[in-house]
Design a protein around this ligand. Structure first.
Ligand code: CO
Length: 201
């Protein structure tokens, strides 16, 4: 095996050994069932790994990641994750987490031509169009892109809230809150964008 890949297996062996040393029943318990309280919708960016950022173990968070942390109403993949998390696992919190310096958001803002992904990033361009005035008023390119990262998270929170999945959960009295957070690559810290929704309006 390629040395780089062999290293991954060696890492895995060390990690599994350490987990078992700390808690002999850890894997056996998790193999039985999962009961995460959180569902994370984040960017696929390698620098924004869900579990590590929020200090959670396997079993604690149900994760969906895609480029630019989008919740698109026709994306069967994302919707299936939300439906399973909310209906079956009964998570209490869905957290959409964006990050500053998001390459997908930056590409959308400068209308980059990168291939198939341009079509996916149209959704971010839709968000930019909705806030064209505010974004145009920001002189600094980095600040403008970072603001779009925030606006994009807020738009995706609204998209989660508008799904039939969230509506049905609230209609039957299920406890569920949807949140929008943003992560800074510069200092590793999360910030709450304060756009949480916990019921039908
Ligand atoms: Co990103």
């Amino acid at each position: 095996m390629d040395a780089d890949l062999a290293e991954l297996f060696a890492n895995n062996r060390r990690w599994a050994d350490a987990m078992t040393a700390a808690d002999a029943g850890f894997f056996a318990d998790l193999a039985e069932h999962q009961a995460p309280r959180f569902c994370w919708v984040g960017c696929a960016d390698s620098r924004v790994p869900a579990n590590q950022i929020i200090g959670l173990y396997p079993g604690d968070v149900f994760v969906h990641r895609n480029v630019a942390n989008l919740v698109v109403h026709t994306d069967l993949n994302c919707l299936s994750v939300l439906q399973y998390a909310i209906d079956v696992l009964q998570v209490e919190h869905v957290i959409v987490t964006g990050h500053y310096g998001c390459g997908g958001v930056q590409a959308a803002l400068r209308d980059a031509k990168l291939g198939l992904i341009d079509n996916w990033l149209r959704h971010v361009q839709d968000v930019a169009r909705d806030h064209a005035g505010e974004l145009a008023a920001i002189d600094d390119d980095v600040a403008r892109a970072d603001r779009l990262c925030e606006l994009n998270v807020m738009a995706q929170v609204a998209n989660v809230v508008r799904t039939s999945i969230a509506h049905d959960a609230w209609a039957r009295g299920q406890r569920l809150a949807v949140h929008g957070w943003i992560y800074s690559l510069d200092d590793g810290l999360l910030r709450d964008l304060d756009v949480s929704v916990d019921g039908l309006r």
